[in-house]
Design a protein around this ligand. Structure first.
Ligand SMILES: *Cc1c(COP(=O)(O)O)cnc(C)c1O
Length: 362
């Protein structure tokens, strides 16, 4: 590094992000279960919209995302004026940190929270603060105990990644009510659709001035490669975030495809029902094999092994069979593997390999 050309103070504390691997040398039957992607891919309506969007590549996209926000508002019964769209919900998280946290401020999240909270907090120059969880569940009292007068943002993913666990809305509401007046609560709803009867916290956002919800097209809608997410918040917050957002942060392709995906009820219904069915099957099978999981409300399960060495060995066994799952040591869970719920064949293959592995361990 040059002595004079230096980044902002916190930037070098950011570890470079390690994405899920997607290939294994010499194998063509690899199944990637490491990034919580929809095993059925994008829906037909999204694919068709993608091809249609190719005709207008010379046009600048909409700057206000009015069509997509209107469609989101209609779908979820929300005021479109209180919605902001971004390049994945990662970008909304980044806008929040940029706009509300800086040097001297604290950004609080829970022990096994999503890695982007820390990255975005540091990128904004703020100090990340971690509150312990209780048995891999967000602990509202522990979160409150870690709030100081410098806390500007509190992030909770509900359901959480990589644990798949969820806290009841009454607990989220208790947290929102007890936060000091300068603190904004962010409810990360990347997996909200998978939790039955859950609105991602939208009603709480509507009722209060200190809560924001983030959502994404990357998981249920099968559009991780497209990069579209959105946020819903009080008008005063959305007005602030729109100042940070670049005028053309989403391409015309992103906007058109996301809007089409939203209207693909058949794809959504099928993805949800298959996920629930095979997630519960896989969790039950793992329990029978002596590999416990917490009840997951998302599209993955967190398989817990005896220790880090056993998790590492099982990961190697899965890789040897062409199955890529996620090691979660970087989330403070070296004894666990996060396994995305694939289609039936993938789930059976995972269970088969883990059964053989555990037999060898006995
Ligand atoms: C996947 C994920 C996201 C969002 O990802 P984007 O693709 O940027 O929308 C956000 N939060 C959590 C907890 C996730 O697992």
């Amino acid at each position: 590094m040059s002595a004079r050309i230096r980044p902002q103070p916190k930037i070098m504390e950011i570890a470079l992000y390690q994405g899920g691997t997607s290939t294994i040398a010499g194998r063509d039957d690899v199944v990637k279960l490491s990034s919580n992607e929809n095993p059925f891919g994008a829906g037909d309506l999204a694919r068709q919209a993608y091809l249609r969007a190719g005709h207008d590549l010379h046009r600048y996209p909409s700057t206000d995302h009015a069509n997509l926000r209107t469609a989101l508002g209609a779908q979820f019964a929300l005021n479109p004026a209180q919605i902001i769209c971004g390049a994945g919900s990662d970008e909304i998280i980044s806008f929040l940190c940029q706009a509300y946290a800086g040097p001297g401020d604290e950004v609080l999240y829970s022990q096994h929270g999503f890695l982007m909270y820390r990255i975005s907090a540091l990128a904004a120059g703020a100090t990340p603060v971690v509150a312990p969880e209780r048995a891999r569940m967000t602990d509202v009292d522990a979160m409150l105990a870690h709030v100081t007068k410098r806390t500007r943002l509190v992030f909770i993913a509900n359901p959480n990644n990589p644990t798949g666990t969820m806290i009841p809305m009454s607990e989220v509401e208790r947290l929102a009510k007890k936060l000091p007046s300068q603190t904004l609560l962010v409810l990360d709803g990347a997996y909200a659709e998978y939790a039955e009867g859950y609105d991602g916290g939208a009603a709480l956002v509507t009722a209060r001035q200190n809560v924001v919800m983030t959502r994404t097209f990357s998981k249920l809608y099968g559009l991780g490669g497209l990069r579209v997410g959105w946020g819903y918040g009080p008008q005063h917050v959305i007005d602030v975030l729109n100042r940070v957002r670049g005028p053309f942060n989403l391409s015309s392709i992103q906007l058109a495809v996301a809007e089409a995906a939203l209207g693909d009820a058949a794809h959504v219904t099928r993805s949800l029902s298959e996920n629930a069915r095979w997630r519960d099957w896989l969790a039950k099978r793992l329990t029978e094999l002596g590999v416990p999981t917490d009840r997951s409300h998302a599209n993955f399960v967190l398989a817990r092994f005896r220790d880090a060495a056993q998790a590492e060995a099982c990961n190697a066994a899965l890789l040897a069979d062409g199955l890529i799952v996620r090691q979660v040591g970087s989330y403070g869970l070296p004894e666990a593997l996060r396994i995305t719920v694939g289609d039936e064949a993938a789930c059976r293959r995972v269970a088969h390999v883990i059964a053989a592995f555990m037999q060898g361990q006995a």
